[in-house]
Design a binder for this molecule. Structure first.
Ligand code: GTP
Ligand code: MG
Length: 202
């Protein structure tokens, strides 16, 4: 009955953080273990029904590789929403996300709704615990020592971005904040739903 409101949404973030995988989960409810890097950008659409409105997301999934950075303004220029993605197992990807947020706040539509999303939480969350600070699943020890980090090795995948650190940044910068797994689907629909709720009715 209601004509859907079209919402142009752009995904930004460092290469391999899982932008395309989040979109694939949201649009097709699928996951690919070895997804190929995006070249340029990909376009997809998905409808989303709320109580009082219906939304059609027009999604621009951009390429994270540095050589494509200069194309990004074409995709965020008229966007009403942006999902800026980092990988919770890679601290540098949060720094990259912050630089995307700065660029959006300087150059994009001043009313743009921005959601910061820490992806790949399936790699760090243990069964039965909502908070995991990156101990390997075979490590029973909970305590945190003050000495230098003793797992510099990359054999075990550990959380590099604490939830509260990212949330504090998101609050300060005025962003929505989520943690997701494109692999198991956790939190993915919520990102788009919460964005949809914040888009004003025309
Ligand atoms: P670019 O297109 O190069 O910018 O990368 P991208 O951000 O689109 O990343 P992509 O979705 O291609 O995912 C990169 C790799 O991470 C792929 O091998 C995915 O299968 C994997 N991946 C993506 N999301 C998740 C996740 O939530 N959990 C796990 N374990 N792996 C993921
Ligand atoms: Mg991609």
């Amino acid at each position: 009955n209601m004509k859907p409101v079209q919402v142009k949404l752009v995904l930004l973030g460092e290469a391999a953080v899982g932008k395309s995988s989040l979109v694939l989960r949201f649009v097709n409810n699928e996951f690919q273990e070895n997804k190929e890097p995006t070249i340029g950008a990909a376009f997809l659409t998905q409808k989303c029904r709320l109580e009082d409105k219906s939304i059609k997301f027009e999604i621009w999934d951009t390429a994270g590789q540095e050589r494509f950075h200069s194309l990004a303004p074409m995709y965020y220029r008229n966007a009403q929403a942006a999902v800026v993605v980092y990988d919770v197992t890679k601290a540098s990807s949060l720094e990259k996300a912050k630089s995307w947020v700065k660029e959006l706040q300087r150059q994009a539509n001043p009313n743009i709704v921005i959601a910061l999303t820490g992806n790949k939480v399936d790699l760090v969350q243990e069964e039965g615990s909502s908070e995991s600070r990156g101990e390997g699943s075979d490590n029973e020890q909970e305590q945190e020592d003050e000495d230098e980090d003793d797992d510099e090795d990359n054999y075990r995948i550990s959380r590099q971005v604490p939830t509260e650190e990212a949330r504090a940044y998101a609050d300060e910068a005025g962003l929505l904040f989520f943690e997701t797994s494109a692999k198991n689907g956790k939190g993915v629909a919520e990102v788009f739903l919460e964005i949809a709720k914040k888009i004003p009715l025309e």
